[in-house]
Ligand binder design. Structure first.
Ligand SMILES: Cc1ncc(COP(=O)(O)O)c(C=O)c1O
Length: 301
C-alpha cells in the first residue's frame, strides 16, 4: 500500500521488491497517508497486503510512533519513504529510508541511509546489503552489494561535518522565501518550513487549482518551477497498465484519487537552492504575485 501522491520512485521500489503497488488516496491537509487511512484501506484491500509504505511529504516533520502502533496492531510491516527527511526524521523501530541524492539538503552525490531503532532489523539490513555476510564470510541471507560506495561515504562524512553551516544556509534562503511569499494572498508554504525544519524544495499550495497555469506563466517569465510529484505514479504507464513482471498479478485497477488530484492541481515547487539570494526570491515572488493577480495577462520577465 502506497500513497497515490508521491514520487514515482516509491512505486518502483514496490515493483523491485516483487510486489504490486496498491495506491491509496492521501489526507489532503497532511499531504500523506495516515495510519487511520491505511487502517480503513486494509478493510477493502484487493489482495494480501505485504507492507505499507507511507511517504514523508517533502521532508516535513512526520511522527513514526503511530505507524509503529499500526504495525503492532495489524501485523502489516511498515517501511517509510523518508527520502527528503534528513533534517526532521526521528528514527523508530519502523525503518525509514532517507535519500542522500545531490538534490537533498545533505547530499553524498548518490545513495541513501536507513534509520531504524530495531537492532535485529538493522543487522538484517546490514547483512542483506553486504552479500548476506555478518561477522563471517558465509552468506546467511540472500543479499547484494547495496553498501554506500567508499567515495560517496567520504563525501557524506565531509557533508556531515559541514551540516550545521549547510543547514543554516538552507534556512537563510527559506527565510527569504517566507518573507517574500508571506504577503501573497492565496499562497501557503508548508507549515514550519524554514522556521522549525528545512528541506531542499520550497513547496507552495495555491488556494485555487491553477498550478499548471501558474507554472507555465512563470516559465514564460524565465522562472522554472517543478511539480515534483506530478499527478502521482498511478497514471504512469509503468503502473497504469503493466502487470508485475515478478508475480503473475495484473496491476490493480486504480480508482479516482480526489485528494491527490486536488494537491496535484494546487501544489508547486518554486525555485529553491542553497545559493539563491534575497533578490532572487523577491523576483520570484513579484512574478508570482503578478501571475496570481492578473490570470490572463502576460507575466513580464
Ligand atoms: C518521495 C521520494 N521517494 C524516493 C525518492 C528517490 O530517492 P533517490 O533519488 O535517492 O533514489 C525521491 C527522490 O527525490 C523522493 O522524493
Amino acid at each position: 500500500m502506497v500513497p497515490a501522491w508521491t514520487f514515482v520512485a516509491t512505486a518502483h521500489a514496490v515493483r523491485n521488491a516483487g510486489a504490486v503497488p496498491w495506491f491509496v488516496d492521501v489526507d489532503p491537509d497532511r499531504w500523506a497517508l495516515t495510519p487511520d487511512l491505511a487502517r480503513a484501506a486494509l478493510r477493502t484491500a484487493p489482495g494480501p497486503v505485504a507492507a505499507v509504505m507511507p511517504v514523508v511529504p517533502f521532508g516535513a516533520p512526520f511522527d513514526l510512533a503511530p505507524w509503529e502502533d499500526f504495525q503492532d496492531e495489524t501485523g502489516v510491516p511498515v517501511v517509510v519513504d523518508a527520502a527528503a527527511a534528513f533534517d526532521t526524521l526521528v528514527p523508530r523501530s519502523v525503518p525509514a529510508v532517507v535519500s542522500l541524492h545531490a538534490t537533498k539538503v545533505l547530499g553524498t552525490g548518490e545513495g541513501g541511509l536507513v534509520a531504524c531503532t530495531d537492532p535485529r532489523l538493522v543487522q538484517r539490513i546490514r547483512q542483506a546489503a553486504n552479500f548476506g555476510f555478518y561477522g563471517s564470510r558465509i552468506a546467511e541471507l540472500p543479499g547484494t552489494n547495496a553498501k554506500l560506495s567508499e567515495y560517496h561515504a567520504a563525501v557524506g562524512l565531509a557533508a556531515l561535518d559541514a551540516w550545521p553551516e549547510t543547514r543554516a544556509a538552507w534556512m537563510a534562503v527559506a527565510g527569504h522565501c517566507r518573507r517574500h511569499l508571506a504577503p501573497l494572498a492565496g499562497v501557503t508554504i508548508q507549515p514550519g518550513f524554514g522556521e522549525s525544519w528545512i528541506g531542499s524544495t520550497c513547496m507552495v499550495s495555491f488556494a485555487s487549482t491553477g498550478q499548471k497555469d501558474v507554472a507555465s506563466r512563470l516559465q514564460a517569465a524565465g522562472i522554472e518551477t517543478r511539480a515534483w510529484w506530478g499527478d502521482g505514479p498511478s497514471g504512469h504507464p509503468a503502473f497504469r497498465d503493466a502487470p508485475c513482471p515478478v508475480i503473475p498479478h495484473p496491476a490493480f485497477p486504480h480508482p479516482a484519487f480526489p485528494h491527490t488530484a486536488g494537491l496535484a492541481a494546487r501544489v508547486l515547487g518554486l525555485p529553491f537552492a542553497v545559493d539563491l539570494g534575497d533578490d532572487d526570491m523577491a523576483r520570484v515572488a513579484a512574478s508570482l504575485e503578478r501571475t496570481l493577480n492578473r490570470p490572463g495577462a502576460p507575466c513580464p520577465m
